[in-house]
Design a protein around this ligand. Structure first.
Ligand code: IVH
Length: 672
């Protein structure tokens, strides 16, 4: 008994670690979130029953839990140095010249450079002894750092145990950082809870590594790339160059930045910098420059160090993403759901090549937290495609002419009262669709590409339609006629034809796009797709209960309530009735009469690999047969369709006594 449990635990650990490696190091996804969660849950359950069988490399050891009183100081066995900076091409040329002066011509013949993005996080050192992660520390002042082992262990891409041919002792050095997407989510959540947002991903990463509660550090989902080696003892593979060492680290299971590249000469270095810079906004993490390194270890040694920085490496820094400017005024924008967002109007300023004249102030609490006033000098920050934000006030430069920002009590567009529900950070206009701003925003969403995709109907025309009272809600678009359009100022024959043609072209929306276009609160594109997969028709959705909505993966109580509220609301019902009289929703599978289908009323789960169906293929087939498809097994599951290598879902089905069918039986009963 215990042997088979031991084997299963080893199997689960290996599989989850492999999935983690694919996901975090190779950027490849094989399992859905819920499939992954099911494996994880199975492992956790087995380990809870048999704690003596917990393996040191178990992924459950990465979720944190240890709470410290303070961090211990540790002294680095080899100091962690910093880099000199280059700010322009001339600085880079001089770096190359200095190197050339110090090397002989035969050495120069072997010289190549290595270029890497300069990741904007914090440097950490991770010590492995006999392949096990035994200690991790921050850089600190380079001589002494803090022992952050428990937190570093929670970083998914850092192995707790090395794979392959590892040295007896190995100190890996690299950068811990927070991805932009994780940072944005974290800050949104903090703003919702009225907590202070982090100014940038670097601060967020540093704050997370310095969490005394490692569970919180785990939740922060940090990333890591290795960029070098500190101590190395008894290495079975010999490394003669930095690039070789990085390949070696990768073979031990450590993540290395995929954008690193070899460079023959200084011209290649500059070209690398330009390429990385032009991609900067699209990268999933922030970088503040690139780093150039002499690749050959023998040459690095010859070049040595000047004070606290190596002569063989340099950081070529980019322009900062932050800039200082003056807050000229604040406008209040009304969103689709009535949310009121304060927008800072700024003295235009160039931030790393982009002119910025507006920035978000998020909400009233954020204005209070920043203590910002009109006329203040402010620091703003932009990153990627996100709206720039005001991050702080330069209080030292405040003069007596500043004036306070008054958060409005009534909607700036329709004058209805503004309400802020207790516990929520967002204030909303209570005007609903009597508010022109909300109408326009709702129409903008309705016509957008991922919704009804009515091309050519831009914001400008929608504003005119609403202001001229031609259109009040989305259904009104379908009764517009050419004569009405031609009466509008600057509307030509051709524009009118184009607009009418694209409205006409939107009359057969996919079910998911139609659901998304309704702009139900919190229901984004992905959730709309899940709903369209799970429900046979609009009517089925309209009659659903909040309790049942919550049975769907990814739908929590808040979303469930928004859905029920929307479908119960009389105005929405009228809108749906009118819309469906103009458009013909395209359901995923032809459904004649849902009640008559062979699997109507049943909930199926498919697991393992099937010979005749892809993952989506079997889902489509089951829906076509009238079944609801769920991704996890529960007591509500009717049948589990189990293919080859079906794992935890099959065991769960057996445990719960749920009917299990294999592919052959399924095809015999429901032939294609
Ligand atoms: S090499 C001798 N490579 O930049 C210094 N550093 O000022 C070895 N950094 O503290 C550092 N990306 O936090 C190196 N690809 C990279 C880097 C990188 C970011 C940071 C690191 C270090 C600082 C140097």
């Amino acid at each position: 008994m215990s042997d088979s449990i031991r084997d299963r635990i080893a199997e689960l650990v290996a599989e989850i670690n492999r999935q983690n490696y694919n996901y975090h190091v190779l950027d490849q996804i094989e399992l859905t979130d819920s499939e992954f969660d099911a494996l994880f849950l199975e492992l956790k359950t087995l380990e809870a029953e048999h704690p003596e069988l917990i393996l040191p490399n178990s992924p459950t050891q990465k979720v944190g839990g240890m709470i410290l009183k303070e961090f211990n100081q540790i002294t680095h066995e080899m100091p962690m140095l910093s880099l000199d900076n280059a700010f322009n091409e001339d600085d880079v040329m001089r770096f190359d010249e200095r190197i050339r002066e110090k090397l002989t011509s035969s050495e120069l013949a072997t010289l190549t450079y290595w270029a890497e993005p300069k990741l904007d996080g914090l440097a950490i050192s991770i010590l492995y002894e006999n392949g096990r992660l035994v200690r991790a520390a921050t850089r600190g002042d380079g001589i002494q750092g803090e022992d952050v082992t428990e937190n570093v262990k929670t970083i998914q891409s850092i192995p707790l145990v090395l794979t392959g041919n590892f040295p007896a002792r190995l100190e890996v050095r690299g950068e811990a950082f927070m991805r932009k997407s994780v940072f944005e989510k974290l800050n949104l959540a903090r703003l919702k809870k009225n907590e202070k947002p982090f100014a940038n991903p670097r601060n967020a990463a540093a704050g997370s590594i310095r969490q005394l509660d490692s569970k919180i550090a785990a939740e922060r989902q940090l990333s890591f790339y290795a960029y070098g080696i500190g101590i190395i003892e008894e290495n079975p593979q010999e490394f003669t160059a930095h690039s070789e060492a990085l390949i070696g680290l990768q073979s031990l299971g450590l993540p290395v930045c995929p954008l690193n590249q070899s460079a023959k000469n200084v011209k290649d270095l500059i070209a690398y910098q330009e390429k990385i810079l032009s991609n900067r906004d699209q990268l999933p993490y922030e970088i503040d420059g690139v780093v150039y390194k002499v690749d050959q270890y023998a040459l690095q040694e010859k070049l040595g160090f000047v004070s606290r920085a190596p002569r063989f490496a340099i950081a070529h820094k980019f322009l900062a993403m932050e800039a200082r400017t003056t807050l000229l005024d604040v406008d209040f924008q009304v969103g689709r759901t009535g949310s009121i967002t304060p927008v800072a109007r700024l003295e235009p300023v160039n931030v790393a090549g982009v002119m910025v004249s507006n920035a978000t102030l998020h909400n009233e609490d954020e204005i209070n937290r920043l203590q910002v006033m009109i006329g203040d000098e402010v620091m703003i920050r932009r990153a990627g495609d996100v709206i720039p934000q005001v991050i702080r006030v330069v209080l030292e430069h405040r003069d007596e002419n500043v004036r306070p920002i008054l958060f409005p009590k009534t909607c700036p567009v329709c004058d209805s009262a503004i309400e802020r529900v207790e516990g929520e950070a967002v204030a909303r206009c209570t005007g609903g669709f009597s508010c022109k701003a909300q109408r326009i925003e709702r129409l903008k969403h309705f016509v957008s590409r991922k919704a009804m995709d009515i091309e050519g109907l831009g914001e400008k025309w929608l504003e005119i339609f609403v202001n001229e009272n031609l259109v009040t809600d989305p259904a009104d678009l379908y009764v517009l006629n050419k004569a009405q359009l031609l009466e509008l100022p600057r509307m030509g024959e051709k524009s009118a034809d184009n607009i009418l043609a694209s409205i006409e072209g939107s009359k057969q929306p996919k079910f998911s796009a139609f659901l998304y276009s309704l702009g139900i609160r919190e229901i984004g594109e992905a959730t709309a797709r899940v709903l369209a997969d799970q429900y046979a028709s609009l009517e089925a959705l309209q009659n659903e209960t909040a309790e049942n909505f919550q049975k769907i993966d990814d739908i929590g109580p808040v979303m469930a309530n928004h859905l029920v509220e929307f479908f119960r609301n009389e105005a929405s019902q009228q809108l749906l009735q009118r819309l469906t009289s103009f458009v013909e929703i395209q359901y995923p599978a032809p459904i004649a009469n849902a009640g008559d289908l062979p699997l109507s009323g049943e909930t199926w789960v498919a697991t393992g690999s099937l010979a005749h169906f892809s993952r989506d293929g079997i889902k489509d087939r089951l829906i076509e047969l009238g079944a609801k498809v769920a991704s996890s097994v529960s007591k509500n599951t009717t049948v589990v369709l189990a293919g080859e290598k079906a794992g935890s879902k099959l065991s769960k089905a057996e445990e719960l006594g749920i009917t299990v069918m294999n592919e052959e039986e399924f095809l015999a009963k429901y032939p294609l």
